[in-house]
Structure formats: C-alpha cells, structure tokens
Design a protein around this ligand. Structure first.
Ligand code: 5GP
Ligand code: MN
Length: 332
C-alpha cells in the first residue's frame, strides 16, 4: 500500500468518489464516512457513501445522514455507485469481508482504492492509504487526512460534529489508552467551529428508549455471568431474549463494557444469537489481547482491547466452547 500522499494527484480534479465502511456501522464508521463525504463535496467531488447495513438510530441525527445509502435497502443503487466510481475510499475496516455484502464488489473493483483505518493486520489489497493501529479512531485519521491536504480551514461545524462522534465513541468518551494528546488537540480544534459537545454526548448516549433501559437491567441481572477466577465476564443473549424486549439494532451497543466496571474484571465477552449467526464481542482492560483471542478462536479480529468475531456452531455450543477456552487460557 502506497502512502496516502501518493493518491493526492488523483484528487486534483473533480472525481466520482465511493465511500464505504463496515457492516453494522458504529459511531466511528458513520462519523468518518460523513466527515469525509462533507469534505470531498466541499472540494468539488461527487460522493456516494454506502453503509453495508442500516445506520443505528442513535446516529441518525448526524449531519448528512439522509445522504447515506443503506446497501440492504438499495442494493442496486449502491452497486451502480461503486461501478461508476473513479475512486473508492474504505473507512474503519481492513478486510473486505467486514463489509459483508460489498465483499465481492470491492474485490472486483478495478478503481484505485484508498484505506483509512486503525485495526490491526490490514489485508494487502489497498492501493493507497493509512493503516495506523495506534490511532484512536478512523475519525482522527480523516482529520489527519484533511490536514495533510492542507485544508484545515475547510473543517466546518458539520465535519467537526461527525469527527467528534467517531473520536468520542471509539475512545469510550476519551477514556481508552488511545486517547493521546493528539486526540485532545484535535478536539480543541473541532470545538473552535462552534459544535456543542454536550449536545453531541446527549444525542448519542442519552437517547435510549424505555425498553432499552429495562433490557439492560434484565441483561445485567439474568444474563451476565462473572468468573472471578479468570477475571472474566460473559453476557449471552439468545434470539428469545432479544424478542422479549423487542431489541433493535444498536440496543446491544455498549453492553459488553458493563462488566469491566466490576473490580478485578479484565475481560468481557458478549455472545449474541443474531439471524443465522452467532456474533461475539470482546473487550479487555490492560494486557489481555482480545484481537489475538478473536483471531485465534472466533474467526475475527479488531483492536488489542476491543474486538469481535463469530461462530458457526449453535448458540449453546458456542457458549460451552467459550467457557472451555476460558478455563484453558486463564486470562490475566
Ligand atoms: P464490536 O464488538 O463492536 O462488534 O467490535 C469491536 C471491534 O472489533 C470493532 O473495532 C470492530 O471493527 C472489530 N471487529 C468486530 N468484528 C470483527 C471481525 O470479525 N473481524 C475483525 N477483523 N474485526 C472485527
Ligand atoms: Mn473505529
């Protein structure tokens, strides 16, 4: 992969640009797509931004959300957009399979592809880009990209709000170790545009439905197991659990983090039965590498302290398998 600067000549004249991100997008995925999209439009390009699946409700207030194309609703439009594009930007993922439906389209696309991402172990399939696992968020990298282009002055309130969301959500509200001085300097710069950071926190974190809050109570009482011996916790959510509370996309967001607030718990796992697959989320505090864990046992990956994966076994078998691994490896 060539440095991102080598792609700058491609952007000197107006282009048709396709932007995409990972399946089940989070705050950083949507924030980085929208921020980059606002910026490229200001530079005179035409932009199609495609989300592989729907935008969760807590992010729909974001400026530019109405321009996003949901592949699961508009597959034909999304497919035409990628085929007609001159350049493809991939944000917040580093393996085509993370886009699910777009995997084959991306693999087949002959146009120059640019990566901006902070996950470990990128696949060697991008022409240009930045892949920096130390970065707090892809939003921080979009900010760096705009600055490298010499366009800091183009960062307006809309771009700033989108970048703020990704940095905020991916750093656990500026708490995780990746929250470096450069993140705080970026935030200071974004605040100059007049964004209301309190309103952004409230829009993202304080917009729960009553049933989501009650679902959280149910999960913590009924579905959380603590293994003090292994400094670990496990939350399991069956399809039945989700139906009981009419759980929506995004309602399980953040659940996996709760057990890490228990003294001594360093490793938390969420196993969810979803559609025809069993999805796993892993979080850790300190020195337990959940990216490696996800890659080794659950066909996944991600970051050192936050990763995900999946299992092809049944929900119940996956739980048993997970517990067996836990007793074998004794996470510290
Ligand atoms: P989540 O638990 O929120 O789904 O994912 C946590 C982190 O791990 C996110 O940064 C996400 O992008 C990454 N991740 C989740 N699932 C996978 C996966 O199957 N493969 C890889 N490489 N990363 C994943
Ligand atoms: Mn991210």
């Amino acid at each position: 992969m060539l440095p991102i600067q080598d792609a700058f000549p491609l952007l000197q004249t107006p282009r048709k640009i396709f932007i995409t991100t990972h399946h089940k997008p989070d705050g950083d995925a949507i924030g980085s797509m929208l921020a980059l999209s606002h910026y490229l439009l200001k530079k005179g390009h035409t932009v199609s931004a495609v989300s592989p699946s729907e935008v969760p409700e807590f992010l729909r207030w974001m400026p530019g959300n109405e321009t996003l194309i949901n592949y699961e609703e508009h597959a034909a439009i999304a497919t035409a957009a990628i085929k007609n594009a001159d350049i493809i930007f991939c944000l917040d993922f580093n393996d085509y399979n993370r886009t699910k439906h777009l995997e084959q389209l991306l693999a087949d696309a002959a146009q120059p592809k640019i990566l901006l991402d902070h996950h470990l172990f990128p696949k060697p399939v991008w022409d240009y880009g930045m892949s920096i696992p130390e970065k707090s968020s892809t939003c921080e990298m979009v900010y760096d990209f705009i600055n490298l282009c010499g366009d800091n002055a183009l960062i307006d309130k809309n771009i700033a709000a989108c970048l703020y969301v990704g940095a905020m959500t991916d750093t656990g509200s500026f708490k995780f170790p990746a929250t470096t001085a450069s993140v705080h300097l970026m935030i200071a710069d974004l605040l100059r545009t007049g964004i209301n950071h309190t309103a952004i926190h409230e829009d993202v974190y304080d917009a729960w439905s009553e049933s989501r809050m009650r679902f959280l109570g149910y999960v913590l009482i009924e579905r959380m197991q603590i293994f003090h011996k292994y400094n670990a916790a496990l939350i399991t959510l069956s399809r039945k659990d989700m139906n009981l509370f009419n759980v929506k996309n995004g309602d399980t967001e953040g659940l996996v983090n709760y057990p890490l607030s228990i003294a001594g718990i360093k490793f938390a796992t969420l196993i969810t039965e979803r559609g025809d697959e069993v999805k796993m989320s892993f979080r850790s505090k300190g020195l337990f590498d959940v990216s490696n864990f996800a890659r080794l046992y659950f066909d996944g990956g991600g970051h050192f302290n936050a990763s995900g994966g999946r299992s092809k076994s049944t929900f119940d078998e996956t739980i048993l398998y997970f517990k067996k691994i836990l007793s074998d490896i004794h996470p510290k």
